[in-house]
Structure formats: C-alpha cells, structure tokens
Design a protein around this ligand. Structure first.
Ligand code: ADP
Ligand code: ZN
Ligand code: ZN
Length: 817
C-alpha cells in the first residue's frame, strides 16, 4: 500500500504537508527525522516527519520526498506533542515552533547560504569527491547558495552532502545571522614548581630582598593560596600585593611565575569541581522535604523565598537528586548574559554535566549541545539557559527549575511562537512526568494565584540565610525636598548623605534608575516642540555620549540640535533623566569615586556585561548605576546602599501590571543590598511616599501587595482572573489599518460581546512607518479557552481571505505581558 508522511516545514503556513514515500523509505523513516522535500516549483525545504500513514491527501496529489536526512530522529514524540501544544495554545503554526526549536544548522533549504568554517582543518582524504568539490569552491568564493551548489555538482539532491559537511564542522550555514561566540579567557599565575623546595624558595626570597615590590607579590602569593601554591587569578594577586602589572610581568619574565590562560563561560567546563557540600539549614531542609513529598504527588512547587534565602542551594540539591536517578534536568533563567555567577556555582558543583545553551553561541556550538541532550549523554545532563531551552530534545527529563519565575523575559515577544516559557515548561514537564520547581522572591500574581488555588503547591522561605537581616528601607519624599530646596540635581540631601556614609565605610553603592519612558528628550521652552522620529510616533531621545538625538525603535538619529526645529528659538532644554544623567551628576558630586554604568547602551559589546560586573565585584568601581538589568539575581558581597532614584515613573507606567512590576523591581534591587552581616540600606526617592506599593516595598509585604493587586485585577477583569488574547494589526496604510481593525473587532464582538476591547492605538502607534492597532479579547474563567481560540482562529482565517485587507498583518499574542 502507498505510504505517506506529513511534514512540518519551517514556514508560517498553517498546515502539515503530505508527501509520498517508497516502502524502503517507510521501513527506515521514524517520526522526528528530517527529510528534504520539494516545495512549490523550485524550492527545497527541510521538513520534520510528524506523522506516517496510508491515506492520500484529498485536495492535491502527494509528491515524493527528495531524500531522508537523518539516521535517527532529531526529536522525540514528546517534542512533537509539545510543538503541537505550543502552536495551538499560542495561535501560531508548527512551522513557527520549528524555527524557534531547531538550531539553524538543522534547517537546510534551497535558499540556505553556506560558507567555509575557517577555523576547521580540512582533511582531503576524508572527503568524498563531491564534498571536496564543494569545499574547494567555497575556498574561492566566500559563500554560496544551495542552489549554486546544485549547479556546481550538476544534481538536484545536494542537501545530504551539505549535511555531512555541516556535521564535520567544515562549513557554516547561514552564519551571518549569528554572532560568533568567542570564549573569554582569564589569566592565572602559578609559582614555578622549581621553587616548591624549601631551600629554593628561601634562595628566591633572598634574591628578591633588593626588589621589595616583587618580594611582596611572592609573599602575597603564599598567603593568598594558603601555602598550597596553586594557580591564582593574576588580578587577585596584584590586588592583594597592591602591585602593578609591570611588577608581576618582571616576575613572569624571570620565570618565577608561570602564566596560565583559562577559558570561562564556554560550552563545557574545564575547571576543578570543588563540589562544596551543601548543608541546608533547618528552614531550608523543611522546604526541601516538603518539595520532595509534593514531587512524589506530581505537584508543581512554587518556592517563595526572600532574596538570599538559599533558593539556589535548594535547586542544586533537587537537581542532584534528579541526576542521581539518571534523569536530565533543565535550569531555566530569565536571561543568560547576566548569570556567569550562577553558572560558575552550578559548574563548581556538577562539573561538565552542566552545559549552557546560549543564543550567542555559534550555530555549531548550539548543535553540539543539542546533540548531547538528544543522546542523553552525561555531558549535558544538566542544561542551563534562557527560554528557548524548553525546545531541546530531552529524552528523559526529570526536573525543570524555573528561576525568577516572575520575570517577563520568559515570554517571547517577537517573532512567533509568542510563548511563555514558564507556563510551557509546566506542560513540557507533564509530558515527561517530570517535576517542576519555580521560584522567586516576588512571584508573579499568576503563579501565586495558582499556588493559592491548589494548582501549584506553595513553599516558603521567609528568612535570609545565615541570619542576614533584610535591608532597612527608607522612603525619601522628594516633593518636600524640592520645596525645601534640598535637592542637588536629582539627588536628595538624604541620598547624598547615605552615599557619603557608605563611601566612608568603604561600602559599595547601587543606584537604580529604570529605563522605560524616562529617557531625556529635547523640548523647546518657547513653543513646546520636541524633535520626532520621522518613521515612528515617538520623540527622539538625547544621548550625551555622542551628542545625538536617537529613536529607540528604529535607530534613526540626527545630531543634537542647538535651536528649535519648529520655531528657531534657541531656548531649548532636555526633559526627563536617564542613567546617563545620573552618571554625569554623580561624577560631578563625587569626582574622586569610580563609577560604573550598566544599561542597554553600555552593554552592547561582547562581554560588556561581564566587564562591568567584574569591575564591581573586584571593587574597582564603588558606585554602579543601572537599569532593570541590575535586578537580575546578582550577588555582590559589599553593597551597603541601594538608591532608587525615582519610583514614580515605574508606578505610573500605563499597564495593568505596572504596580506588580514596580513592587518586584524595587524589592529585587533592594535585595542586592546587605548580603553580609551588616544590615543593608535602601533609599527610595519618590513624590508619593504614601503610595501603597512603596509602603509594601518598604516593609517587604508581598502578601498584602498580592491581596490588593488581585482585588484590582478581579474588578477590572485582568489576569489571573481573566485570560487575555491581544490581536495586533499592522499595516503601512493608516486608513486600511483602521478599516481592518474595525472589521475584525466587529466580527469578534458578534461572538464574545463585551469581552472585546478596542480597537485602540497603542502608546506608540507607528513604528518604522507601519501603523499598529490593538484588539483585546478577555476570557472569563468559565469560558473554554480551547473553544475561544478555535473561534479566533476561524475569524482570522476569514479575515485573511478578504482581498482588501491583504496588506494588513494580524499578530495574535496569547497571555501578553
Ligand atoms: P537566593 O537564591 O534565595 O537569592 P542563594 O542561594 O543565592 O539565595 O543564597 C544566598 C547566599 O547564601 C549564597 O552566597 C549562598 O551560597 C549562601 N547559602 C545559602 N544557603 C546556604 C547553605 N545551606 N550553606 C552555605 N551557604 C548557603
Ligand atoms: Zn520652538
Ligand atoms: Zn524611529
């Protein structure tokens, strides 16, 4: 009987596509394997086998596939089920999911571009004639399209050849899209073993007695390594001896010290496993026991633990248990760039069982991690990474940890699939009967609601580890301070005093200024005009670094204007303030202090995060100014004061989650302070000292915040009580956008009545010359989510069939954040 396969292609078309296969192919093929198949007149795509059957398609004649690309499946049936769930829940296609799930190197297609991997060595004898021809051609041209290779080899079926070359690491696929991830190196020094003998060492010290600075380094080395003479970071040694790098250099030249370079933060781990034993304290142990017994009943646990209570230690112990049972574990993080500290902690404990999956890694490195997970190998039993890790091809997943579960970066915003990795991970875990622990010091209302309604189990840690006190929070009323003329720029007298005190105590300081909506803009004092982006509906923001006015949405920029573009007046000033202003002001106020700044502008380059964090860790900078990036799980030992420059613009942000987010942000930044014995201090500057959120932050009262916010959400019909689906229409034509939005809203209202809101222009309604308009659908709890989406899908299909609206795109976003 004729056999067929249904394929998923990495394209945003709603269907699977049916192809015919021979009986030999049918014997060989398994679900989850890739095949190359012709698509349209000229294209060839890689498809994933999602279904095998014997019923021919009804409306078209199935074409035969070109070729099978894999010997073994690239994903399991669980993954296929998971893809299907994501596509149906988040209103996208399985093709969208495929694009997000597979590293680019797995998606060969006729339009793919290949280039030679310059860092690999080519062994001609290992190549077939055809492979050799391709490599040779690529040596003279920088890149080729698959179609060109077809011409070169004079055959249609070249994908298997390319596939082998990709596997051998000889060529790169679509490389220009990806930034090559380069390992970062750390410099260590170690005493020449020659001097390990007592006598030699004394001889050396005598010899150095007329070079006291060099002698000091050697002495510092002994004390720093506690006589063990192991390698030590060069930086650390110089600091301990207060010596410059030139003095260390002369010792290296004399061969007293040897230099060692080690890579950090690469795929895999080559350091030493220190495997420090974790002895949970009583509260931690109780939490741990409770989680384990809940796990036995397949319950998802929400760990609500204050900052620095030891949540991470508990995660590590849970991972250990899973791995000891031979299971795979996944550690999800909101953002990987900021977590070198955590990765180090896990690697110290688990060694190279831990692999990091990182979007900044090259395609080949990602493929390497993918394969380790696919083969369920020892290396990579524990995967740590951001949201896209949920798509790795787990074979025997036992545990998912979702750290900082409240973070909105777990939601993919663009492109489709617009999935929420935290919520999807719960579904993924269920497919594997794996356990889930999600944790936060400030849980999302959604997860906390689930915990209170027995969907999850709540486990609490209400004390910091080692009896460290929660920081003391003080609210500074800047309205009063302004009136009494006690402000210097954006600094209240109280904050200035706090900074001085901390500096005197040799403690470090974090100043937090949030990013959203608070960049400085230029405004004319005469006519009120501020320069706008020609492509987007926003004012340009002022960047003093390069003296430019820039658009944050499309990158458009012009030189700073000296007179008003509308009326010509030269009475113009900048309004609002961002981190850059804070930096300028603080440098003027404390000229002798080293200041670091961490925000989107300073962290563009490679390792820029790491550099800023390292400088602060090593106490090369005393004051660190930053945006929300600072809130993400960083553990600095010496921070005595956290200053929140302005709490109000957080609170006033026009979004139903603004209050929840403000609470989370402020409590998380506050948590960076006082992580050692001395109690830390937090100063919050605000115009509204009596705002309930500020009050709740100042006493760390999560439960009350939850209660009040949940009441509001109930009353105004928002999550967790109502589900939301947002439909965004997008088009270059203004009136077409309006027309289409009206049509769609009316069609939806016919079914959902008053639960349809809009259409409405978002705050920024034009970006890159495209107009945006939103429609929101609210779904009450008693209404079936599945049925609702079915209806939405049908209405969207009808919409897409209307010729007049062909230029309008509709983007569904389920559970928008
Ligand atoms: P959280 O993840 O809740 O913010 P961490 O796990 O980072 O807290 O713990 C805060 C600090 O306390 C870390 O430096 C950690 O090493 C230390 N710590 C927590 N629990 C223990 C423990 N049981 N034994 C030793 N150190 C611990
Ligand atoms: Zn003007
Ligand atoms: Zn713009």
């Amino acid at each position: 009987m004729q056999q067929f396969v249904d394929l998923i292609f990495p394209i945003p078309l709603d269907n699977r596509f049916t192809y015919s296969i021979s009986s030999e192919e049918a014997d060989f093929l398994q679900l989850g394997m890739r095949v190359a198949a012709p698509f349209g007149k000229t294209k060839i795509y890689t498809g994933i086998v999602a279904h095998m059957h014997t019923s021919p398609p009804e409306i078209y004649e199935a074409k035969p596939i070109h070729q099978i690309l894999d010997e073994k499946p690239l994903l399991s049936e669980n993954q296929l089920k998971f893809w299907k769930w994501i596509a149906s829940y988040y209103l996208c296609t399985e093709g969208d999911v495929m694009r997000a799930a597979l590293p680019g190197a797995f998606m060969l297609e006729s339009e793919s571009i290949v280039s030679l991997n310059k860092s690999s060595e080519i062994n001609e004898s290992e190549l077939s004639d055809e492979q050799f021809l391709v490599v040779e051609a690529l040596e003279s041209q920088s890149s080729m399209k698959i179609q060109e290779i077809e011409a070169l080899l004079d055959k249609k079926r070249v994908l298997p050849i390319i596939n082998v070359l990709v596997d051998k690491n000889l060529i790169n696929l679509n490389q220009e899209i990806y930034e090559q991830f380069k390992a970062k190196e750390s410099r260590y020094v170690q005493l020449n073993p020659l001097y390990e003998a007592e006598a030699e060492m004394h001889r050396l010290l005598d010899e150095l007695s007329n070079a006291p600075k060099q002698r000091e380094i050697v002495m510092a080395y002994f004390s720093q390594t506690a006589g063990k003479k192991k390698k030590i970071k060069a930086k650390k040694l110089m600091k301990a001896a207060s010596a410059s790098s030139s003095i260390l250099k002369s010792l290296i030249e004399k061969n007293v010290f040897q230099e060692i370079y080690e890579e950090i933060g690469r795929v895999g781990f080559e350091g030493e496993i220190t495997n420090p034993e974790i002895n949970l304290n009583k509260i931690q142990q109780e939490a741990f026991n409770k989680i384990k017994s809940e796990f036995n009943q397949d319950q998802v646990c929400l760990l609500h633990g204050v900052t620095s209570s030891g949540k991470t230690e508990i995660y590590i112990r849970l991972i250990e248990e899973a791995v000891n049972k031979g299971k795979q574990a996944l550690y999800l993080l909101p953002e990987i760039a900021l977590t070198t500290q955590l990765i180090k902690r896990l690697q110290n404990y688990f060694g190279d069982k831990v692999l990091v999956y990182h979007s900044k890694y090259s395609v080949n490195e990602r493929v390497e991690v993918y394969r380790h997970v696919l083969q369920n190998s020892e290396k990579g039993k524990i995967i740590i990474g951001a949201r896209s890790c949920i798509f790795l091809p787990f074979q025997d997943l036992g545990l998912i940890v979702i750290d900082e579960e409240h973070e909105s970066t777990y939601k993919q915003y663009d492109p489709a699939p617009r999935y929420q990795a935290r919520d999807s991970a719960v579904v993924l875990a269920a497919l594997f009967k794996a356990n889930v622990i999600m944790g936060s010091a400030t849980p999302s209302l959604e997860s906390y609601y689930n915990a209170l309604h027995n969907k999850y189990t709540l486990v609490e840690l209400s004390k910091r580890f080692g009896n460290v006190l929660m920081p003391e929070v003080e609210v500074v009323d800047i309205k009063v301070a302004h009136r009494k003329k006690k402000m210097t720029g954006h600094f209240s007298e109280r904050l200035m005093q706090g900074i001085k005190e901390s500096l005197d105590e040799n403690e470090q300081i974090i100043l937090f200024q949030n990013r959203r909506g608070f960049s400085p803009i230029l405004e004319c004092n005469t006519c009120g005009h501020s320069p706008q982006c020609p492509n987007c509906d926003v004012s340009l923001t002022y960047h003093s670094g390069n003296n430019q006015l820039r658009c944050h949405y499309c990158g458009y920029h012009i030189a700073m204007q000296l007179s008003c573009m509308a009326c010509g007046s030269n009475e113009i000033s900048t309004k609002g303030f961002g981190t850059e202003q804070v930096e300028t002001e603080i440098k003027a106020l404390f000229p002798e202090v080293n200041v670091g700044r961490m925000d989107q502008d300073t962290t563009r380059g490679k390792y820029s995060y790491e550099k800023i964090i390292e400088a602060f860790e090593n106490q090369e900078t005393q004051i660190l100014i930053g945006t929300q990036m600072l809130t993400k799980g960083l553990d600095f030992r010496n921070v005595g004061l956290v200053g929140i420059m302005n709490a109000d613009n957080l609170l006033n942000f026009p979004d139903f989650r603004a209050h929840e987010r403000s609470f989370q942000l402020m409590l998380q930044v506050a948590g960076r302070s006082g992580r050692t014995q001395k109690r830390g201090k937090v100063l919050i500057q605000t115009y509204n000292p009596h705002h309930q959120i500020i009050q709740q932050v100042s006493v760390g009262d999560y439960k009350n915040m939850y209660k009040e916010q949940a009441e509001d959400r109930y009353q105004y019909q928002y999550p967790p009580y109502f589900r939301l689906i947002r439909l965004t229409l997008k088009c270059r034509d203004y009136s077409k956008t309006n027309e289409a939005a009206d049509w769609l809203a009316r069609a939806l209202e016919n079914v959902f009545g008053r639960y349809v809101l809009g259409p409405e222009f978002p705050p920024v309604s034009r970006i890159r010359n495209e107009y945006y308009k939103n429609i929101m659908i609210k779904i009450p709890q008693k209404q079936s989510l599945g049925k609702t989406k079915e209806v939405v899908r049908k209405i969207l299909n009808t919409f897409n069939a209307i010729g007049a609206f062909r230029s309008v795109r509709v983007i569904p976003n389920v559970d928008p954040q």
